[in-house]
Design a protein around this ligand. Sequence first.
Ligand SMILES: CC(C)(COP(=O)(O)OP(=O)(O)OC[C@H]1O[C@@H](n2cnc3c(N)ncnc32)[C@H](O)[C@@H]1OP(=O)(O)O)[C@@H](O)C(=O)NCCC(=O)NCCS
Length: 167
Amino acid sequence: MIGDLEGIMAVENACFPPGERYDESLFRRRLSGPPYDIAFERKYFVATSYSSKIVGYAEAAIQDSGTVLFGTVTPFIDAFGKLDRKVGALISIGVLPKLQGKGIGSRLVDARLAYLQENGIHQVFAQAWPNGGFPHLAPKLGFTLIPGWEGRKYEDGTTQKLYYKRI
Ligand SMILES: CC(C)(COP(=O)(O)OP(=O)(O)OC[C@H]1O[C@@H](n2cnc3c(N)ncnc32)[C@H](O)[C@@H]1OP(=O)(O)O)[C@@H](O)C(=O)NCCC(=O)NCCS
């Protein structure tokens, strides 16, 4: 909800270098708009402290497979087979640096997987920055790197990767 904007921005700014942050207008639009886009249903998850301060956030989407988020789907089909009509996407995740390593990120992933499962989704994808934290979380949470899938280039010269998990 829009009331989470300030807390989510604080996490985003603390977690990502300037060139890799989502800007406030995008969060504002997504948090205040209806959850349904043309091809996406988006949902934000926040982790809060006992004093209700937002200490972590993550975004999930239910979307038509083959939409622009994944670019080419060929590497997935080559490695895993057919795509379902609707799939889940884990889009972004951040936990305030001083609270990282305490299991909050894993709980945010679990919450998103539970939401997707409750909505009948079996195939889940997560885009990841190779120098970010998700590649460390991925194997522990049962995600597999999709071989041959390459997304956009980051400012640090690395290329976005895509992970997959069946739920
Ligand atoms: C990724 C992130 C959300 C993980 O949150 P977290 O609360 O630290 O995650 P957890 O405490 O649940 O960690 C789970 C495991 O992954 C490991 N891990 C997570 N991030 C790691 C990192 N950057 N480097 C090394 N290991 C990491 C933890 O050590 C832990 O391992 P363990 O189970 O053996 O103890 C957090 O590190 C973060 O906000 N990073 C900056 C933003 C970012 O990189 N987002 C993802 C973009 S791809």
